[in-house]
Design a protein around this ligand. Structure first.
Ligand code: FAD
Length: 308
């Protein structure tokens, strides 16, 4: 990312919300469940799988966690009713992790149990490093009761190799990604090449240890490494899939599907779009620059070029 775009990305929190909303439209299916269903239907038609995320995080009121559980139960029913090829992804802090571990575990249990009754699957997203140990514990506790649950691990964390080695004992189902939260150097690798190499090391350790792996990346070098591992380890489609975010590199998505791999798209929807949008815009090599130009043209009174 160019220095200018990096600067803009760092100042995104002061960008007016309507502008953030405008530029993040591509990453979010919409505000309503019907919007997500429509997007998943189109992806399924194209041959892609999906995972639906009800946007929301850092909930501090237990009543809101109850609403989140109900929202996910509704999503599971809709997936079943509409015969969609999709599972769900959720965040522990949306389920009450910041309130209490027990509340969060109980909320997750309800959702995973409901998913099991519909032969569906729940992926637990990984949030910032203050949540890592509890999220892994949640996963280990849930795996004592259920098989239909998976976790996400981040290649930028220095601890991830140890976590992988510990989790191999329970035959985990892992989504492996680079990691998106801003972490200090003591906790996370900063060097892009080390993060890439760690991604490959973790992927290979997981696959050799018998885990199911989701390669969650748009980095074509890592996609290539994924292809290499699939070939070298003679993997079949029951052992791995590729995963991408809605709105990022549709061409790469079509290439991976054309090459005959299973590919799942992360489809977020809901009215809590702001935090997720900021993370996506921060990662976009160009949109941060567009945002700056939009604000500038707005200030200059050229409203026709500014989003509303
Ligand atoms: C399915 C899925 C689930 C994820 N779940 C989590 C999670 O639970 N926890 C977590 O911390 N992180 C999660 N992430 C985010 C991940 O950690 C990375 O931050 C993100 O995927 C970017 O890393 P990358 O491997 O694509 O490599 P990058 O080097 O960041 O990106 C590779 C290329 O992809 C394109 N690209 C990437 N992002 C964007 C964007 N926003 N807009 C436009 N182009 C873009 C660019 O061309 C870029 O050069 C998830 C990612 C995916 C794909």
């Amino acid at each position: 990312m160019a220095l200018f775009d990096k600067l803009i990305a760092a100042s995104l929190p002061i960008v007016p919300k309507p502008i953030v909303r405008y530029f993040s439209r591509r990453y979010i299916a919409g505000e309503r469940l019907e919007d997500a269903i429509q997007v998943v239907r189109e992806l399924n038609r194209e041959g892609a799988l999906a995972t639906i995320d009800v946007l929301g995080e850092h909930v501090s009121d237990p009543r809101q966690t109850e609403q989140a559980v109900l929202a996910y139960e509704t999503v599971l029913d809709a997936i079943e009713a509409e015969k969609l090829n999709s599972n769900i992804s959720l965040k522990p802090t949306q389920m009450g992790l910041r309130i209490s571990y027990e509340l969060c575990l109980e909320n997750l249990r309800r959702i995973v149990r409901k998913a099991a009754s519909l032969r569906n699957f729940v992926r637990i997203d990984m949030e910032d490093s203050t949540c890592t140990s509890d999220t892994i514990r949640l996963y280990q506790d849930l795996r004592k009761e259920f098989n239909n649950v998976g976790i996400a691990l981040q290649a930028y964390l220095r601890r991830s190799l140890r976590d992988v080695e510990e989790l191999l004992a329970i035959s985990p189902n892992v989504r492996l990604c680079k990691g998106i939260y801003v972490e200090p150097r003591e906790i996370a690798y900063k060097d892009k090449e080390i993060i890439r190499r760690n991604f490959v090391l973790l992927a290979e350790t997981l696959l050799r240890g018998g885990a199911y792996l989701g390669f969650a990346t748009h980095d074509e070098r890592l996609v290539w490494e994924g292809y290499r591992l699939v070939r070298d380890l003679h993997l079949n489609p029951t052992q791995y899939e590729f995963q991408m975010l809605l709105g990022v590199d549709d061409q790469l998505r079509r290439i991976i599907l054309r090459d005959g791999h299973r590919l799942r798209v992360y489809v977020p929807f809901g009215d809590q779009w702001y935090a997720y949008s900021l993370r996506r815009l921060r990662e976009n090599p160009q949109v941060a620059g567009y945002v700056f130009r939009a604000i500038f043209s707005r200030r200059a009174g050229r409203r026709e070029t500014a989003p509303c």
